[in-house]
Design a protein around this ligand. Sequence first.
Ligand SMILES: [Zn+2]
Ligand SMILES: [Zn+2]
Length: 425
Amino acid sequence: MAFQRPTGTEDRLPAQQAAWNYVTERAERVVAQYGYGRIDTPTFEETALFVRGVGEGTDLIEQETYTFADRGGNRLTLRSEGTAPTMRAYLQDGLQSLPTPLRLYYVAPIFRYDRPQKGRLREHHQVGLEAIGEADAAMDAEVISVLARIFREIGLRQVSMQLNSIGDDQCRPAYLEQLVAYYRPRIDQACANCQVRLEKNPLRLLDCKEERCQPLIAAAPKPVEALCGPCAEHFARLQHLLGLLAVPYTLNPRLVRGLGYYTRTVFEFYTTERGAQSALGGGGRYDGLIAELGGRPTPAVGFGAGIERWLLALEEQGVAVPEEPGPDAYICHLGVEAQDWALQLATRLRSAGLRIVTTPGQRKLPAQFRQAEHYRARYAVIIGSEEAARQVATLRDMTNKAERRDLTDDELLHALRSASAGNGT
Ligand SMILES: [Zn+2]
Ligand SMILES: [Zn+2]
């Protein structure tokens, strides 16, 4: 093979589109129910938008992004997460002047130079939601409810959600000091990564997966124990609302998120089918991000969820995805005159809105029927040379093989249209 797709990327073949459309269409239907409007931003942005100073505590470092210089010498990065570009557009395109909260969603490819493994790609796609300009816990509850509803609509089972609050700029600095003071004398018991985290992003000490770090984490102070009054109130209100809305969750005091801009609420959805936990998406509140990007301080909350993860989970759970309907008819013809008539007929039927596939070249009738089956056409239209001369055709129902002969093009149109309407398409 001369060329291969790059490591960590996927081709999405025609046979996989039905599942793709199934989840994205349902997700878009759910977000529309809640009043979210779609935003599309460029595939690449200025590098500085994603890599904003190591001191900010972000784990997204330049080595994990697809960063390049263009011929004009600009440093550009392929979209490595969905929130920062949406906030950049919010500030640049004057969306701040719209009434709040502003509800936005996106469906977009995300690029990360990760170690490829199952369910972890260098190019994956996310459905993301951002609700901008509202600090009330009801906004967090709505964002979480949307994602829970999406999973219900696409038919995923065993979905659970973990919830935590990691405080804000009022209470977190003191908490981080406490955490660092706890870890500093014990750091030789921690893994090498945690030794780096202690200096760069101590909050992430809490979600280390290494065996040797677990006893340290278990005894460490937790952010939820150090919340200031307003943060504690917000978190209590959110839990109250999730209870009212019947969104199940478990509190996980160790839950933090990979990106450094989160404040207060963080959450993650998992499916636990077959024991193994696999992440389906998550998010949280990021009340400081818009100011960090140069805007007025503006509260916001959102989620990002990987579509490929949903598809893997659906497959593992054996959820049947409805097939997309085949064409209304497949036109078979025998002889050159029949082909001439078939092509004109096909054009006429398509102009009337029907989906019509024709046979190129000359093939035997059984071969053309096999094609009609391959396309999952509901009907075959059969034209021989004698029928072509009279401009009529035979209509064959591919499911029960019943045939109606000598139909004019008007009669064909009528028959196919009423079948198509009965199909709900
Ligand atoms: Zn560790
Ligand atoms: Zn606080």
